[in-house]
Design a protein around this ligand. Structure first.
Ligand SMILES: [Zn+2]
Length: 275
């Protein structure tokens, strides 16, 4: 499942194919994959004849903004992919949306499991209002003070809170396990009992694992690819995720695997003590 680094990698590889390039056609193969929001929006056809001017990302959401502020928001869900291919290339199964660019490239969204989707907004302001509601700051931009303020007196547990997206946007199962292992924090630690010093270590650990993964093109577990059809290499750097039963790379203790908030969680019972 793509998390922040994988979505960032898709954004980075998609951008050169769409920014400054005119859209000459848009085809929706599966209507229910596209949600049209906002007043006066024309949907995908409204983009024909327009150029995109920028892309940006917040958490796991990817925004593509056109010159007249029409905005597409891509959610990759579990298995979403963005392919940028010559128009003559065979269309893969599960391709739900095709945007033809003046360059001859087609941007194709496909998603076999359809947990993702494409949201169309007539304006960027509407896209921001809807898509960012209830989301915390992007995980690469959070500050210690943000979390201390949000977590003061709170009884919620650390891993479920980080997965909820409401405090920090962009983390999923992989990077939460990695960041908590690095910060030596127990996944079931009550957030209100984490000291300012520990929150500082956590924020540093989140930034470190995300930046390292972005540098390596993200993590490919099954079929994730960026928009240039390349897999990510961070998988071989994982220190906690997927290593249950193996020795902790810091202390040698056997890493424990447990189900927390419905997600398999790996942590070191010696390094990550609950306080
Ligand atoms: Zn350990």
């Amino acid at each position: 499942m793509p998390e922040l680094p994988e979505v960032e990698e898709v954004r980075r590889t998609l951008e050169p194919f769409i920014v400054g390039v005119k859209v000459v056609g848009a085809r929706v193969v599966r209507e229910d994959f596209v949600t049209v929001q906002g007043e006066g929006g024309k949907g995908m056809q409204g983009l024909v004849g327009k150029r995109f001017v920028k892309t940006w990302r917040h958490g796991k959401k990817l925004f593509c903004v056109a010159e007249d502020a029409q905005t597409l928001v891509i959610h990759l869900g579990m298995s979403g992919r963005v392919d940028c291919l010559p128009g003559a290339a065979a269309v893969a199964k599960h391709t739900h949306v095709v945007m033809s660019m003046e360059s001859g490239i087609e941007v194709r969204l496909r998603d076999p499991r359809r947990f993702g989707g494409l949201w169309y907004y007539a304006t960027l302001a509407e896209a921001r209002a809807v898509e960012l509601a209830g989301l915390g700051k992007d995980a690469l931009e959070i500050e210690v003070g943000d979390l201390l303020e949000r977590w003061k007196g709170e009884k919620g547990k650390l891993k479920p809170r980080l997965l909820s997206q409401k405090d920090v946007a962009g983390l999923g199962n992989i990077y939460v396990d990695e960041a908590l292992w690095l910060a030596r924090l127990h996944p079931l630690q009550r957030v209100g009992r984490i000291s300012a010093g520990q929150v500082e270590v956590l924020v540093g650990a989140i930034g470190k694992v995300l930046r390292e993964s972005i540098e390596m093109g993200g993590t490919t577990l099954r079929d994730y690819r960026n928009a240039a059809d390349e897999a990510g290499e961070f998988g071989r750097k994982l220190q906690a995720y997927g290593r249950g039963g193996q020795p902790c790379l810091r202390c040698g203790e056997e890493l424990r695997s447990a189900v927390i908030g419905g997600r398999t969680t790996v942590f070191c019972p010696r390094c990550q003590k609950r306080k």
